[in-house]
Design a protein around this ligand. Structure first.
Ligand SMILES: Nc1ncnc2c1ncn2[C@@H]1O[C@H](COP(=O)(O)OP(=O)(O)OP(=O)(O)O)[C@@H](O)[C@H]1O
Length: 232
């Protein structure tokens, strides 16, 4: 279980506060107005931004001071997920070892992850030789191969068209269901939350609110969310 205990995460002059728990295996969308602090929250949990106050716990273990690579976290960013000079297999292999010195078992794990996201046969291609959707799949394979129990996505599919985005969201939902991982996904689209998230963390006015049931929140949004959704 992820627990944020009186957490304050700072990003320059801006700070976001969070004090809540996320249950194991939950699928949580992080939504809220632009600039409200969604990325700040996710990067604080991942360890790319320091926690100024409070503690982050995973299964009771204090991970507040751990570097990103030691946290139980795999993260997918908005862009720049793939290295252009490396093949699909090498990009995925980075999820296991940054120096890419993989043994036979590890190479087999890479192959399985690539097959699971539907890219079997494309292992030796470079990112520029893939479509946008295929690039997203390769980035997801790298998340999968890490086998981490907490998956953080920061709007990784924003550049894809609606049909392709829906396909990728369903793939993400399937992958986390298979592995039992907990998912937190930043999105600007409430439709994404309805599609795969059972809960929503609303980030607004410098505060990340505790997870609420997706349909209940989106069907009866509080004023700050109404403004954002344009339903006020
Ligand atoms: N490096 C930085 N230094 C100072 N302020 C920053 C920095 N990065 C972001 N901010 C500010 O922190 C606030 C929160 O940014 P953040 O990216 O977390 O918001 P967000 O909710 O993810 O926004 P968006 O939906 O537009 O991506 C914003 O007001 C932003 O201007």
């Amino acid at each position: 279980m992820l627990k944020l205990e009186g957490v304050v995460i700072r990003n320059g002059a801006f700070a976001v506060t969070a004090d809540f728990e996320v249950a194991d295996g939950a699928k949580v969308a992080v939504i809220g107005p632009s600039g409200a602090g969604k990325t700040t929250l996710i990067e604080g949990i991942a360890g790319f931004l320091a926690v100024e106050r409070g503690r982050i716990l995973w299964d009771g273990r204090d991970i507040t001071a751990e570097p990103p690579g030691r946290r139980p976290v795999a993260m997918l960013f908005q862009d720049g997920n793939l290295f252009p000079h490396l093949t699909v297999a090498q990009n995925v292999g980075l999820g296991i070892r940054p120096d890419l010195k993989l043994d036979a078992d590890q190479r087999a794990r890479v192959a399985r992850a690539i097959a699971r996201v539907g890219l079997a046969g494309l292992e030796v291609r470079k990112p520029a030789e893939l479509s946008g959707g295929q690039q997203s799949r390769a980035a997801l394979a790298r998340v999968l191969v890490q086998g981490r129990p907490l998956v953080l996505l920061d709007e990784p599919f924003a550049a894809l068209g609606p049909a392709l985005k829906a396909e990728m969201l369903d793939l993400v939902a399937g992958l986390v269901a298979e592995t039992g991982a907990t998912l937190m996904m930043v999105s600007h689209d409430p439709g994404d939350a309805r599609r795969i998230a059972d809960q929503v963390v609303l980030v607004a006015e410098g505060r990340a609110h505790p997870p609420q049931e997706t349909t209940a929140l989106l069907d009866a949004p509080p004023p700050v969310l109404q403004d954002y959704l344009g339903t006020a």
